[in-house]
Design a protein. Structure first.
Length: 107
């Protein structure tokens, strides 16, 4: 028997003006700072993301519907580029990240 157990939920924060639609090629910043999200930036509940992510990692958002690639990381921010766009809303799940195989942290 094979069972897929759910890990901890990692979520995006609140979007200030309602859902945001990300378009392929857009720059999108995920930050640990407490900010209202918009089309270019949003907070995350995972405070360790900037330390754990690396350039080239893939970040999957909203159950994998939105795909981002990490460009750079700093103390509080992960700067990404949108590979597969889509609509994000407040508290969207960010199920995992892959680095060639960065450990997935939930789903």
């Amino acid at each position: 028997m094979l069972v897929d157990l759910q890990g901890p939920k990692i979520r995006l924060g609140t979007f200030g003006t309602g859902p945001a639609t990300l378009v392929r090629g857009d720059r999108f910043v995920i930050t640990t700072e407490d900010v209202l999200g918009d089309r270019g930036r949003c907070a995350t509940t995972y405070l360790g993301l900037p330390a754990d992510a690396r350039a080239g990692d893939t970040v999957l958002v909203d159950d994998g519907r939105v795909v981002l690639t990490v460009e750079t990381c700093s103390g509080t921010e992960v700067v990404t580029r949108v590979v597969e766009g889509g609509r994000l809303s407040s508290r969207s799940p960010r199920p995992g990240t892959q680095r060639g195989s960065w450990p997935s942290t939930g789903a």
